[in-house]
Each structure stands twice: as structure tokens, then as C-alpha cells.
Design a protein around this ligand. Structure first.
Ligand code: KG4
Ligand code: ZN
Length: 334
């Protein structure tokens, strides 16, 4: 069995990343250039700014990823790239770099779905065991996915409005915390209590979809009301109350899905998987119900190219290659 070495590129949002992964799990290099400092002053990711930064960094991250391994293009078997979903201008920078590299070195080109990457991040640490349930929670995604085998993705639930990380960031902004606000709310919430009892949106019975915009509005309204009446708000309690509502809904729906689909393996990934309240509750619930919980190391939970390389390996085995007409796509089924 020959080793398969794949160079992968990820530029769907605000990280310019390139990685080299062997056989879908052996990490040879992993370069991530974050643009967060540039977007901070705008309070969120500005798409045009993101594209420009990707253009500035892409060549360097590819060179660096190769340099770290001491490999050359001749040692590679394929090039993989995130084709979507994401910011279209940002995606296109990575896609065009990947096309150029694939053309120049005569390597097959593998298009990878960003969410498949988030799930396969777990494979960098251990083999995936099927069937499994995966909850992807980030600034752009909230998806519950059932997999009965490699590359078989069934989206059983997703957000109907804001992604959970987006709700965190918007609430944080209203409280006056810096972007990205998720970690700040998480930190504050540890010192507060659930005194506000904000709504929990479970939607129709049996639905695994999510909705966070109502919760977000409830938090914002309650902050405004307090202000109007000249009352002090306890920000720690606001943060804790918001987080309890989010954690209740995410964990209840996910554990219900785990039960209905009779899986024993649960993966949580995406930037919000760093949340201390979410992790603690999932750890407790999965222990009680004898479910194996997998949360990749944080650097593989947030956007990176190694996860794209891990997913690409499975696609390589199936010869899922694309031509130079590959385009970036914002809405794309997994
Ligand atoms: O996966 P990610 O790095 O980027 C994408 O959105 O794809 O996720 C970033 C999101 C941000 O919304 C950030 O506020 C949130 O993850 N986040 C957290 C925590 N750490 C990061 N949200 C809640 N609690 C945290 N500890
Ligand atoms: Zn992501």
C-alpha cells in the first residue's frame, strides 16, 4: 500500500491555511495565518478585506507548508481545496492557488466541502468509527450530521437563522466585548447565574433544526430595557443566562438525535466546541449514556487546512477529482 500525501488549502473565511497530510491522519505540516486582528476593528469579518489578505498570504503559506516537511511537489499525490461553503471571494483565492499548483505539477485536484473537513478533523487524532453523529458549531455553521460510513453525510438539522457562534458574537458586541465575542461570553458566564431564563427554541416536536435569532433578540431587548429604566445589568448573569439557553438546546437536540439514530459515537467540532459550558454538559451526558464523545484539539476545531487534507484522503481513495473549471460555491450540499 502506497502512502498518499496531499497538500490542502483552506481560505473559506478569515484564516489562510495550507497543510500536508499523509494517509488522512499523519500531519506533516499545518500552517494557519489568522486575519482576526484586521477584522477586529470592524466587529466582524469583512469579506473584501478577507479576500485581500488571502491574496497576500496564500503563496507564503503554501511555500511554508512544503518547506516545513522538506518535501517538493514531486512527493505529493494530490492537491485539495475547500470549494465551499464560505465567502465567495475568499474561497476563490484558495481555489485558484490550488488549480495553479495542480496544473503546474500535474496533480489531481480534490474539492472538499468545508463541513466535511470539520468532521474529518477528528481523524487527525483517531480513526472515525461509524455510525456517528457530528455537531458542527462555528461562526458560520450549526449543523447536526449523521454519518453511516465514510463520506456519507445526512444533514438532519441546521440553523434556520444565525449560526451559534454568530449569536455569541452579536450578543458580545451588544455587551461591549471585543470580536470574536464567544470566548469572552464563555469566560464571563462562569461567574454568573441563569437569572434571566431566556427562551429555548426547540421548534416543532421532532425537528433537529436550530434557531438562535429569537434568543439573541431576547438578550438585546432585555439589555435595552434595563438601560432605559436606568437599571444596572449584571453582565455575568446575562452571559451565563445566554450560555445556558444555548447549551440546553444544543445538547438536548444532539442527545435526542444520538438516541433516535442509535449511534455510540459523537463528534463536536467547529470553533464553538471550545465552549466550556458546552463541553462540560456533553461530557456529563455522554458519560451517563455510555456514548463516546470526540472533540478534536482546539487548533483542529477552528478553521485549518489539515482537516481538509484529512477529508481529502477519503475522496482520493474514491477518485473524486475535479477539473480546472472548479468554482467556489457559497451554497453547496455536503
Ligand atoms: O470555527 P471558527 O474558528 O470559525 C468559523 O466560524 O468557521 O469559529 C469561530 C466562532 C466565533 O463565532 C467565536 O466567537 C466562537 O467560534 N467561539 C466560541 C468560543 N470560542 C470560539 N464561542 C463560545 N465559546 C467559546 N469558548
Ligand atoms: Zn469552519
Amino acid at each position: 500500500n502506497k502512502d498518499i500525501t496531499i497538500l490542502s488549502i483552506e481560505t473559506s473565511c478569515d484564516e489562510t491555511a495550507c497543510s500536508i497530510v499523509r494517509n488522512g491522519h499523519e500531519l506533516l505540516s499545518n500552517i494557519v495565518v489568522s486575519q482576526i486582528e484586521s477584522h477586529k476593528r470592524f466587529g466582524g469579518v469583512v469579506p473584501e478585506v478577507a479576500s485581500r489578505h488571502h491574496v497576500e498570504s496564500i503563496t507564503m503559506v503554501i511555500e511554508e507548508a512544503l518547506h516545513e516537511t522538506g518535501l517538493t511537489a514531486q512527493d505529493l499525490d494530490a492537491v485539495a481545496v475547500t470549494e465551499g461553503p464560505g465567502l465567495i471571494g475568499a474561497l476563490l483565492v484558495g481555489i485558484n492557488a490550488a488549480k495553479a499548483f495542480s496544473f503546474a505539477h500535474d496533480l489531481p485536484l480534490i474539492p472538499v466541502h468545508h463541513i466535511a473537513g470539520h468532521i474529518y478533523a477528528n481523524q487527525l487524532e483517531e480513526e472515525l468509527t461509524f455510525p456517528l453523529m457530528a455537531l458542527i458549531v462555528s461562526g458560520g455553521h450549526t449543523e447536526l450530521i449523521y454519518m453511516k460510513d465514510h463520506l456519507s453525510f445526512e444533514v438532519i438539522g441546521e440553523t434556520r437563522d444565525d449560526a451559534v457562534g454568530e449569536a455569541y458574537d452579536k450578543v458580545a458586541r451588544v455587551i461591549g466585548l471585543p470580536y470574536p465575542g464567544g470566548p469572552h461570553i464563555d469566560r464571563l458566564s462562569k461567574k454568573g447565574k441563569d437569572t434571566f431564563n431566556f427562551p429555548r427554541a426547540y421548534l416543532e416536536a421532532g425537528s433537529y433544526d436550530f434557531s438562535f435569532s429569537g434568543l439573541k433578540s431576547a438578550v438585546i431587548n432585555s439589555l435595552h430595557n434595563h438601560k432605559q429604566k436606568g437599571l444596572e445589568v449584571n453582565e455575568k448573569d446575562v452571559a451565563a443566562s445566554f450560555q445556558y439557553s444555548v447549551v440546553d438546546v444544543l445538547t438536548n437536540k444532539t442527545m435526542q438525535a444520538v438516541e433516535e439514530y442509535e449511534v455510540k459515537e459523537l463528534i463536536i467540532a467547529g470553533g464553538v466546541a471550545a465552549n466550556s459550558g458546552l463541553r462540560a454538559r456533553f461530557e456529563q451526558l455522554t458519560r451517563m449514556q455510555h456514548i463516546n464523545l470526540h472533540i478534536p484539539e482546539l487548533k483542529f476545531c477552528t478553521d485549518n487546512a489539515a482537516m481538509i487534507g484529512a477529508a481529502a484522503y477519503q475522496l482520493y481513495l474514491k477518485e473524486h477529482f475535479t477539473g480546472l473549471d472548479l468554482n467556489g460555491r457559497n451554497f453547496i450540499d455536503i
